[in-house]
Design a protein around this ligand. Structure first.
Ligand SMILES: [Zn+2]
Ligand SMILES: [Zn+2]
Length: 479
């Protein structure tokens, strides 16, 4: 970042070539303020990393971000869309209205200390294996930096930070979209922790998930088996049918399940069993179709095992709709911000982490920005940012908050996210988001271009309908 001044000059030059107004004074103000607050935001991110609260239980994490934004002069509305940990923090008034997303939920089952070797933390069953502690903090930092710039320079417009819980399987944003909270927003920015610096865009898989609950009759498994009906048999029969079905779905389909309740003791015929399913596909219509077939397998299984079944949809997200016009704004600013290098101790940590990989890219890649690409097809993940992207033009980036080669949802991701490596990547993201917001506020044509592309992509007749239907938020899906 010491080359910033040179970079600023270069970007100022190239921006003229693109007939876009770049604002070096604003850029310097934003970058200076975020650098100055680096320790503060690292501390906040680390607290959320330690809280490690799972979906819809992020009480302390949400409160900390709310408090941070309140102290900075934002007006906070908490408990929106029927979700106690969801909130909207607003600064300013009138147009443009710029949205910025912040996640903060952890993942169950990935307890890990900030060490380069596998080490669980007693009393902490979850971990930030997707880096959402950095996500929420960097987005808050960006919102606050932009707010300060607006206040100092009397800039017109609204910054709206969306505190979005339960991204991991809880579809938190879907309820917020369904509630109409994005209705008057011009553009939305987001980001995601990662193992490289990249502002290219790609779609993601639409996803529907739910829990199938089978009820049978308990009995002594040896003395009176004929009087029992096994709920676990229902689950197993359903899984068998779905596993056969895999041969007869399109190859991009992804179906996964875990048995969340399978009985308590082998000598008691289980009266209750539960299986938790995900169905994914690049196209949400195909997700709906395969989901219907899965529910028929459940009904068939219940019929054949003389049990009863019902199910609850717990999540459902759209495929992500990339917006190239907006993504290019983010890419320009990511290149302006640039990457970062490791200190000696970070390098030692990263080398140890990389020893646990079979193949790892060079550590120096934290200082590089990937080539800008809008890739065809969908990456093999899902996000509830998808729903946001179908109601308002949306773009984001990922930065190297993890050691190069790290996979999301791994212990190595939790580990790096608890160190200064994660914080340095987070700072890059905060700066890039803030600078991108400054650009769209200064250049309304960027918003117009994003909307032109958005309208063409969604089509004139598109009407948003949540895959979760009209169910209330599944606040207990992690219980
Ligand atoms: Zn994740
Ligand atoms: Zn994530």
């Amino acid at each position: 970042m010491k080359y910033l001044c040179i970079a600023l000059l270069l970007i100022a030059g190239s921006a003229v070539a693109q007939k876009k107004k770049s604002d070096p004074k604003a850029q310097q103000e934003i970058i200076k303020s975020l650098d100055a607050d680096f320790d503060k935001y690292s501390g906040i991110a680390h607290q959320i990393w330690e809280f490690a609260e799972v979906g819809y239980q992020e009480v302390k994490s949400s409160a900390l971000l709310q408090e941070t934004l309140k102290q900075a002069g934002f007006k906070v509305e908490a408990g929106v869309a029927g979700i106690p940990t969801a909130f909207v923090a607003t600064y300013g008034s009138g147009k443009p209205v710029i949205g910025i997303l912040g996640e903060f939920d952890a993942l169950p089952g990935v307890s890990q200390d900030a060490t380069p070797e596998l080490k669980q933390v007693p009393g902490r069953p979850a971990g930030h294996a997707c880096g959402h502690h950095l996500f929420g903090t960097a987005s808050s930092a960006a919102a606050i930096a932009v707010k300060n710039w607006m206040a100092t320079n009397k800039i017109q417009g609204t910054i709206r930070f969306y505190g979005t819980p339960a991204e991991e399987g809880g579809s938190g944003k879907v309820y917020m979209v369904r509630e109409g909270l994005f209705k008057d927003v011009d553009v939305v920015f987001h980001w995601h922790p990662g193992a490289q610096n990249n502002a290219g865009a790609r779609s993601s898989l639409a996803n529907k998930s739910g829990k199938f609950r089978f009820t049978g009759i308990a009995s002594h498994a040896a003395a009176a088996p004929e009087r029992g009906r096994s709920a676990l048999d229902g689950v197993e029969a359903m899984n068998d049918m779905v596993n056969m079905m895999r041969e007869h779905v399109s190859s991009e389909t992804r179906i996964h399940y875990v048995i969340t309740r399978g009985g308590e003791a082998p000598n008691v015929v289980p009266a209750f069993a539960e299986v938790y399913y995900y169905v994914r596909h690049p196209k949400r219509d195909m997700v709906k179709e395969v989901w219907e077939r899965v529910t028929r397998a459940a009904q068939g299984a219940a019929l054949g095992t003389d049990t009863k079944v019902d199910w609850e949809i717990t999540g459902g997200v759209y495929d992500l709709l990339p917006n190239e016009a907006l993504a290019r704004v983010v890419d320009t600013n990511l290149r302006l911000v640039g990457g970062y290098t490791y200190s000696d101790s970070e390098k030692v940590f990263a080398e140890k982490i990389q020893k646990t990989f079979t193949n790892a890219p060079a550590l120096a890649s934290t200082n590089e920005i990937s080539e800008f690409k809008i890739l065809p097809g969908a990456g093999f993940g899902s996000t509830d940012v998808g729903d946001v992207s179908w109601v308002v033009p949306t773009a984001g980036l990922s930065t190297a908050t993890w050691v190069p080669g790290t996979a999301a949802h791994s212990w190595q991701a939790v580990a790096a996210g608890g160190t200064s490596i994660g914080h340095k990547g987070m700072l890059m993201a905060a700066k890039t988001l803030a600078l991108s917001i400054v650009d769209v506020i200064n250049n309304p044509v960027l918003i117009e271009n994003a909307w032109k592309e958005f309208r063409t992509a969604t089509g004139a007749n598109f009407k948003y309908e949540a895959l979760i239907g009209d169910r209330p938020p599944a606040l207990n899906y992690r219980e």
